[in-house]
Design a binder for this molecule. Structure first.
Ligand SMILES: Nc1nc2c(c(=O)[nH]1)N[C@H]1C(S)=C(S)[C@@H](COP(=O)(O)O)O[C@H]1N2
Ligand SMILES: [Mo]
Length: 429
């Protein structure tokens, strides 16, 4: 920096939008330091003296363990809002604590759960998968035979169409970010492309649909267009490198990238090749979207473009004014994320956030942007655009289009109000 250089002017030059949003590149190449933007976060008082010897250096450490678990100090980072329908034990959902996580991969133990009638116990040595219906050769696969087929690994989000449904309500839910938006998670899924098995069974070219059925007490079943089944549907056996967790469909689940979560049938036991949709209970009484005119949308598969700031967010507290990195996740069931804009003045001005690599189709994408908080109340928003050009709507626009009878597919711009005391609240703004 040149002597006599005006610090404030330099900061202003790097301002990307109103109320303290700075250029997303400021953290690169010492830009933040050059702009005088860093506060002294670390205490410098005792920096001159050598640190005391911590207890862990004076005795041997803990032993090795057969299967690792999170640090004891992180015990509070758990799935959240674990709720079961009255009178049941396993018919309900649990949510991913989004505000406690970083990057794009959800640890398997924190992947959200949604079960219509609990988690079945399935012995992989006994489990079979049947492919039948309009096929030349009905086939039965054991998990051992399935494992001999070529596999693919892909990083994809899974989102329940009921995610963020409470945001249709008249007042914003006073919950943590994960409690409101945590029916979305992202994993590396590995398994056998369904296409290979349909080819082997000799699916009739006139069959435009399949039915997928789960081996749980809900016998969850959904119709899937053959085009999707042959495009990128996966029979997932592994999640983040290990076999699926029981909660997520062990030993095998259907995985349909970008589609509403309920179609990715867990504990998969049967695929029937059909010429029409089967009109199962799970796609007629549920998972249709009631509109204001009293009609329902049927078969609303792709999850629309969406984003949410996860830091800061309800469940976390700001620790005083100064420089922060805002961080969040964006995703789209239509492909890759194109850009994410962030506002710190309630949507009056917007700045483009940096997208952290990798930016993958049908995956969570991490975005980040520096923000110099002046300590006054502020409303933060993020607005994602996907590679097809679709933009997240405002809440008003979403409700104007679909009404508020609908409980699924909420994907509007989220506003968080940062209070002067550092608390972060969910607001409609
Ligand atoms: N067999 C079966 N498959 C199922 C379900 C179920 O209850 N039974 N729930 C569905 C719903 S509604 C969602 S959102 C996803 C949730 O997957 P997860 O529990 O792995 O997060 O699984 C879907 N597949
Ligand atoms: Mo769901």
């Amino acid at each position: 920096m040149r002597p006599g250089h005006d610090d404030r002017r330099d900061n202003d030059a790097r301002a990307a939008a109103g109320n303290g949003l700075l250029d997303r590149r400021i953290f690169l190449k010492g830009g933040a330091a050059a702009a005088g933007a860093f506060m002294a976060f670390a205490s410098s008082e005792s920096a001159a003296a050598p640190p005391e010897t911590p207890p862990g250096m004076t005795m041997s450490g803990a032993p090795l363990s057969p299967y690792g678990s999170p640090a004891g100090f992180e015990r509070e980072v758990t799935r959240t809002l674990i709720r079961s329908q009255p009178g049941t034990t396993g018919a309900g959902a649990s949510r991913t604590p989004l505000e406690a996580l970083e990057g794009i991969i959800t640890p398997s133990g924190l992947h959200f759960e949604r079960h219509h009638n609990g988690v079945p116990t399935i012995d992989p040595a006994q489990h079979q998968l049947l492919i039948h219906g309009m096929v030349a050769r009905p086939l039965i696969f054991t998990m051992a035979t399935l494992s001999r087929y070529p596999m693919e690994s892909r990083i994809h989000f899974l989102e329940c169409s009921g995610n963020s449904g409470a945001m249709y309500g008249a007042t914003p839910p006073a919950q943590t970010c994960g409690q409101t938006h945590g029916l979305v998670s992202c994993s590396e899924w590995t398994g056998v492309p369904l296409r290979l098995l349909l080819e082997e069974a000799g699916a009739d070219p006139r069959a435009d649909w399949i039915l997928a059925e789960g081996a749980d007490a809900a016998a969850m079943s959904r119709s899937v267009p053959m085009a999707k089944a042959k495009d990128d549907a996966l029979l997932a056996l592994y999640q983040n490198g290990e076999r699926l967790r029981p909660e997520n469909g062990y030993p095998v689940r259907l995985f349909l990238p970008g589609y509403e979560g309920n179609m990715s049938v867990k504990w998969l036991r049967r695929i029937k090749v059909t010429d029409t949709p089967t009109m199962t209970k799970d796609e007629t009484s549920k998972y249709s979207d009631l509109q204001t005119d009293g009609k329902s949308l049927l078969f609303t598969y792709p999850m629309e473009v969406k984003s949410v700031i996860t830091r800061p967010a309800p469940g976390l507290k700001m620790t005083g004014q100064g420089l922060y990195e805002l961080s969040g996740i964006a995703w789209s069931g239509r492909g890759k994320i194109g850009k994410v804009e962030v506002s710190a003045d309630g949507g009056q001005t917007w700045a483009e956030a940096a997208l952290s690599a990798p930016v993958l189709a049908y995956a969570l994408t991490r975005f980040r942007i520096p923000w110099k908080w002046n300590g006054a109340p502020a409303v933060l928003k993020s607005r994602a655009t996907d590679e097809t050009g679709r933009v997240q709507p405002t809440r008003d626009a979403l409700i104007a289009q679909h009404g508020a009878n609908v409980i699924y597919h909420y994907h509007a711009i989220q506003a968080w109000r940062v209070e002067a005391n550092g608390e972060v609240k969910n607001v409609y703004a």
